[in-house]
Design a protein around this ligand. Structure first.
Ligand SMILES: NC(=O)C1=CN([C@@H]2O[C@H](COP(=O)(O)OP(=O)(O)OC[C@H]3O[C@@H](n4cnc5c(N)ncnc54)[C@H](OP(=O)(O)O)[C@@H]3O)[C@@H](O)[C@H]2O)C=CC1
Ligand SMILES: N[C@@H](CC=O)C(=O)O
Ligand code: NA
Length: 441
């Protein structure tokens, strides 16, 4: 008997998943044991790229998640509500869930996974981070014996696409954003992409899997790419860097506290020789560092219909395989399984402790506009020295109107010390403004 799907949503990802499920030749044979039983949408009148038998498509999503004929609910409507309630109803009705919804999982993961574990159903989310790149399952399974200490990722396809085109073509931010929307990379509201919120949701999920505890979104420092200017992209290049929106989760030793993490999202100057520097366009990459494995990097398309569908359907297949194994052992048809496979499930209960950004140790790039007077560079150096900020380089790079442009790159410094130095610098009569401040990897 086929395993029956109720798919919620037939947009970019839903359509990609259906296309894959309707074209199974040359793919895994288990795909032929899956039936698309119901598809839930908002509007029945929209033209669709895929066809179904009559009665399959409906606007009654509640009926799908409670339908006793359905084994697996695939949530690809996105957003917080009704996605959260529909996933919870499906779980309560004993259905397994596959979702691409990082926003809902990052906020309601606690509630969703607790309910799923009680109901003995799986909630699978490979598509939620890195689109088509397998990264969730490797963290749950293949890397789970490692002690992971750092996860650094380019995890938002839209912003990586925008920054790549701004860097390579000097294109304007708004033109490139419109292209990312047209190509189906951006969220329904692209603010989540551009302001780093989507990347924050994703690093919360990755950090939770890598470090074995839940993460509160409000503990994540989050800065998007709106402030990244063509000027800084050009200076970064001259200094041997590229600017990328990085999501970083790193274990930080802290006196008296066993394990603390720094979890943050911000535009970052990445050395041109670093493996993440060459990740361009809609591609994502996640660099995982741990013991004993060392460094592992996952790379591939982070958004788009086909890539994301690959992850969604592979999650469906994992559940189908688990159901089939269970059926073979019990010889009876049931969608509910008696034992949860701990390498497929999410099991975390406790929250990780996150360090405030003031304690973060990192390098900074800062651009100053100052009066063109002798001794300004010396004054900046003195202020930094007063606050224990040691400098890697300080150069006058040119002029903007009457003002001199000075670019500073620090060594590793405590962010709190660096901010204090900037406050002192702002009081200097020779300093006009500080147009940019970016962290350096
Ligand atoms: N696009 C991408 O590349 C990726 C997306 N994701 C995630 O996948 C999910 C889906 O994204 P995407 O496919 O791009 O989104 P789209 O906006 O393209 O599609 C959303 C679909 O859900 C339906 N829908 C939305 N709200 C409701 C509702 N209240 N009731 C019924 N149907 C509803 C829409 O119906 P209708 O068609 O009738 O309007 C549409 O079919 C999101 O969580 C997103 O973050 C994850 C990785 C990559
Ligand atoms: N909007 C997201 C889609 C995938 O998660 C992105 O651009 O990465
Ligand atoms: Na993925």
């Amino acid at each position: 008997m086929a395993v029956r799907l109720g798919i919620l949503g037939l947009g970019t990802v839903g359509t990609g998943a259906v296309q894959l499920l309707q074209d199974t030749v040359g793919r895994h044979p288990l795909l032929d044991e899956i039936e698309i039983y119901r598809v839930g949408v908002r509007s029945l009148d929209k033209p669709r790229a895929v066809q179904f038998a009559s009665g399959v498509v409906t606007t009654d999503l509640d009926a799908i998640v409670t339908d006793p004929e359905i084994d697996i609910v695939v949530e690809v409507i996105g957003g917080l509500e009704p996605a959260r309630s529909l996933m919870l109803k499906a779980i309560q009705a004993g259905k397994h869930v596959v979702t691409a919804n990082k926003a809902a999982i990052a906020r309601f993961g606690d509630e969703i996974f607790t309910n799923a574990n009680l109901a003995r159903v799986y909630v699978m989310l490979e598509a939620a981070v890195g689109g088509g790149i397998p990264v969730i399952q490797p963290l749950k399974q293949s890397l789970s014996v490692n002690r992971i200490h750092t996860v650094t990722g380019i995890v938002n396809g839209t912003t990586n696409y925008i920054l790549t085109r701004m860097t390579q073509e000097g294109s304007s931010f708004n033109d490139v954003l419109a292209d990312a929307q047209r190509l189906g990379y951006a969220e329904a509201d692209p603010t989540a992409d551009v302001d780093g919120l989507d990347a924050a949701d994703k690093i919360a999920i990755l950090a939770s899997l890598a470090f074995g505890g839940r993460i509160k979104l409000e503990d994540i420092y989050c800065e998007g790419i709106r402030s990244v200017s063509k000027t800084d992209i050009a200076y970064a290049e001259k200094l041997g860097f590229v600017i990328k929106l990085l999501a970083i989760a790193v274990q930080t030793p802290r006196r008296g506290v066993s394990t603390t993490l720094s979890v943050r999202v911000h535009p970052t100057l990445v050395p041109q020789t670093h493996p993440l520097a060459s990740i361009n366009n809609v591609n994502n990459a996640i660099l995982v560092e741990g013991e004993p494995i060392g460094q592992v990097m996952f790379f591939g398309p982070g958004a788009g219909a086909g890539a994301t569908a690959s992850a969604v359907v592979s999650d469906i297949l994992n559940i189908v395989a688990a159901l089939k194994t269970e059926k073979l052992s019990t010889q009876e048809h049931q969608s509910k399984i008696s034992l949860i496979n701990p390498l497929l499930a999410c099991r975390h209960q406790d929250y990780c402790q996150i360090v405030p950004n003031s304690e973060l140790v990192t390098k900074f790039y800062t651009r100053f506009l100052t009066k063109d007077q002798p001794g300004v560079i010396g004054k900046l150096g003195t202020c930094f020295g007063n606050h224990r900020v040691s400098l890697e380089s300080i150069v006058q790079t040119g002029f903007q109107a009457e003002l001199a442009e000075i670019v500073v790159v620090t060594h590793d410094v405590k962010e709190g010390d660096f901010r204090q130095a900037l406050r002192e610098i702002e009081t200097l009569a020779a300093v006009d403004s500080i147009p940019s401040l970016l962290r350096v990897l």
